[in-house]
Design a binder for this molecule. Structure first.
Ligand code: F6R
Length: 598
């Protein structure tokens, strides 16, 4: 039976795809489908469910999200596992969908098996016949190869052969009623309900199901069966610390909105308010880490990198020491020496992005003690490497495109700067201002009508508006599939201006009065070449500037807060353009929320 013990070092983390498993008294298929629905943001190229009963294990799988897979409801049994896939090895097809089975063994896998080609050759020589192009199928073959051992031992022997990252959940018809699992560099969580156990890739999928959970540590093995659960680290039995599951099932409901993305943009004011509340009390720790700092290095990927660029501008001005923002995947292998007096700030909503994790892991290994992590996910893998974890309070974000989490990251930087300078008060007004900004939705939709179907769209901004221009562009291309680019407004004339033609939409972001005239120069340069210019600013005096097709007026606010307000219409713009173009903004093609392979 399950016993507890204080041990909570949750480490590692490369994953794509979502896993959900069940052992208990209810219909496993029903529980797993609900779990996978909550994990769909991790990938939806294909999905599948395996359910075991007295007669064996049956599998239903196919291309698309779990809601599109036929026949799953017909699976009878109280033990099972499911998977929702974001393809890394092998095309999107039924054959490459998980679960995989062989000779009574069934497996789902997240991660990448780097030595799969070599293992595949070896197993093929032994007579195993592969059905898929995936790296994952070697796992089920290896389990079968070790079939003389009990299932858990077979799993231990299997992972000894694997190089790479994995979260593996396996069943066997020889050990009916049991599930075994393990992980390395890919998260896996055990959830405890009333006489039922869940296995999940993340905590929100457990909402409304489990009361407590424990994240598996690297190298842990778990045997779940009808009589209870046994945890092992390697071969030693361990008793992990349990955390309570925050019952916040509403994040998985659209609550009357057509899409999660729309709902989550509406939650921006709350997310920022929660973030500022959560960060209170971190001032002393921040001052300690920044004392004697000679440099600040900020990093992240995608949207999180744009937050890093925003932080760079704010911190360089406040601290007057060199600050630099680098994409995590580049910085990791750049060979750049990061001296001990350099404060490194990593931003990651999920806390599981492999590029960011690997970088932090290597800095930690070198003995770095000034590592700050800004994440939206408590106890995510990245927190294991942090000297200070700053939690944003956006709550689970289900839409694949980051919205409320991005604005919360910007709020975290506003907090850091105020904490270091000892200034107070300004951001208390932020949630109210953001609520007011939401009222710009219908005007933003008018601009979205002008963007739909265009060949390309450009976003311009200088200084603190530059990362917002980058983010506005990323958001638009990600959910609408229109080509777009974000530019430092002064840089356009050095080449990209050649792409501006009659009718090209250009979104100009202008919230920084210091450089307003310079930004207006760029505005005139594009408008006199025929561009359709849409201006977003908090300064009414610029709304009538020659060449501006339409101006979105943000609520009056200081230049420090205005970029946070600006993030809202940019998110609306991407959302409404995508909807007008018939895209599903919650599930942009080819993407997954936790893109966590290097
Ligand atoms: C875009 C988006 C991605 C993520 C990036 C990093 O909307 O969400 O660009 O920002 O994959 O993810 P995290 O923040 O989880 O490290």
């Amino acid at each position: 039976m399950f016993r507890t013990h204080q041990r909570s070092d949750f480490r590692g983390g490369i994953t794509v795809c979502g896993i959900f498993g069940y052992v208990g008294g209810k219909s496993a298929a029903k529980e797993i489908v609900q779990g996978l629905q909550a994990l769909t943001y991790r990938g939806y190229d294909s999905a599948g469910v395996a359910v075991q009963n007295d007669y064996g294990t049956q599998i239903k799988k196919g291309v698309g999200a779990i809601s599109e897979i036929a026949g799953v409801a017909s699976l009878r049994g109280k033990v099972g596992v499911g998977h929702t896939r974001w393809a890394t090895h092998g095309e999107v097809s039924v054959n490459n969908a998980h679960p995989f089975s062989y000779g009574g063994y069934t497996v789902v896998h997240n991660g990448i098996i780097e030595n799969y080609a070599e293992l595949k050759r070896e197993l093929t020589a032994k007579g195993y016949v592969f059905q898929s192009q995936t790296d994952s199928e070697v796992i089920v073959m290896l389990l079968h190869f070790y079939r003389e051992y009990p299932l858990l031992t077979a799993l231990r022997k299997t992972v000894e052969r694997l190089t790479g990252s994995y979260a593996i959940v396996a069943l066997s018809d020889r050990d009916k009623g049991s599930i075994v699992c393990t992980r390395k560099n890919s998260p896996l969580i055990i959830g405890l309900g009333k006489e039922e156990t869940f296995i999940s890739s993340d905590v929100p999928a457990l909402y409304g199901k489990a009361y407590q959970y424990t994240p598996l540590n690297e190298g842990d093995f778990v045997w779940v069966h009808m009589g209870g659960i046994s945890f092992y680290h390697g071969e030693t039995e361990v008793f992990p610390k349990l955390y309570s599951v925050n019952e916040n099932a509403s994040c998985h409901e659209k609550r009357g909105y057509a899409h999660f993305m729309r709902k989550e943009i509406g939650e921006v004011p709350n997310a920022v308010n929660n973030t500022l509340t959560l960060l209170r009390g971190q001032e002393i720790a921040l001052k300690r880490v920044f004392s004697n700092a000679t440099r600040v290095l900020l990093t992240g990927c995608g949207t999180a990198f744009h937050a890093a660029v925003f932080g760079k501008y704010l911190l360089s001005r406040a601290l007057k020491i060199p600050t630099q923002a680098e994409v995590a995947s580049e910085l990791r292998y750049s060979g750049e020496k990061v001296e001990k007096s350099c404060v490194c700030i990593a931003i990651t909503q999920s806390g599981e992005t492999a590029d960011t994790l690997r970088l932090l892991q290597s800095l930690k290994k070198q003995g770095h003690k000034k590592l700050i992590v800004i994440t939206n996910t408590p106890r995510s893998s990245v927190t294991a490497f942090a000297d200070i974890t700053l939690l944003t309070g956006a709550g689970p974000e289900i839409g694949v495109a980051a919205t409320k989490s991005f604005t919360s990251q910007l709020a975290a930087f506003t907090f850091i700067v105020q904490a270091l300078s000892g200034e107070r008060g300004e951001f208390i007004t932020l949630p109210k201002l953001l609520t007011k900004t939401l009222q710009l939705e219908s005007e933003t939709k008018e601009i979205a009508r002008e963007l739909q179907g265009q060949k390309s769209v450009f976003f311009l901004g200088r200084d603190l508006d530059y990362p917002l221009a980058l983010e506005g562009s990323l958001k638009l291309k990600e959910v609408s599939y229109l080509f777009s680019d974000g530019y430092a407004a002064g840089e356009l004339k050095h080449g990209t201006l050649a792409l501006i033609e009659k009718g090209t939409p250009v979104i100009v972001c202008l919230t920084q009065p210091r450089l307003a005239e310079k930004t207006l120069n760029a505005l005139h340069e594009v408008s006199c070449r025929g561009a359709k210019v849409f201006l977003i600013t908090q300064y009414e005096k610029y709304s009538g500037v020659l060449g501006v097709e339409k101006c979105l007026l943000l609520p009056p606010s200081s230049p420090h807060l205005a970029p946070l307000l600006l993030s809202v219409p940019l998110q609306f713009l991407a959302y409404h353009t995508a909807v007008l173009m018939g895209r599903n903004p919650d599930r942009p093609r080819n993407l997954a929320k936790s893109v966590t392979v290097e």
